[in-house]
Ligand binder design. Sequence first.
Ligand code: HEM
Length: 139
Amino acid sequence: MAGVPLPTAPPVADITTTADVELLVRRFYQAAIPDPLLGPLFEAAGIDWSVHIPLLRRFWERELLDIPGYGGNVVGAHRAVLDTAPFGRTNLDRWVELFDETADELFIGPVADHAKQRAAQIAAALATLATRRTQGANP
Ligand code: HEM
């Protein structure tokens, strides 16, 4: 509505620097930790945030800015998570929803779009992994 300020200024720029990636990661977890569908899972998994945040930053730096550093296996890493903090499609849908909201709040452009696409792809792979686990398969 005219004259009514938006709660936050709309984003004007894309993700282009490591500081942008850091902001995206930190804001996402700031929203995810208190979330009822996600927070308890991170707690059950016993995440050490001082390790996890830099790892996530390196992951997204490689994905979005082509900066080498992350050498892990994202989907494989979640096998162990499923043992201690079982999650499913509802949790993954919420994860993606919050990630998209965070990205849209901060950035606009093709790199931000790519981030949302990659998050959705990985969530889909994790949903398959979680379903196979629930069905007793041991991939
Ligand atoms: C319900 C949803 C999810 C939960 C509960 C979850 C939880 C976790 C946990 C507990 C870890 C291990 C942290 C540690 O090492 O202590 C982890 C690692 C990670 N997660 Fe997720 N995750 C979820 C979805 C996703 C999605 C959709 C992505 C997509 C980008 C993602 C990206 C990562 C990455 C990059 C790592 C680091 C993997 C490594 O160790 O190399 N996660 N996650």
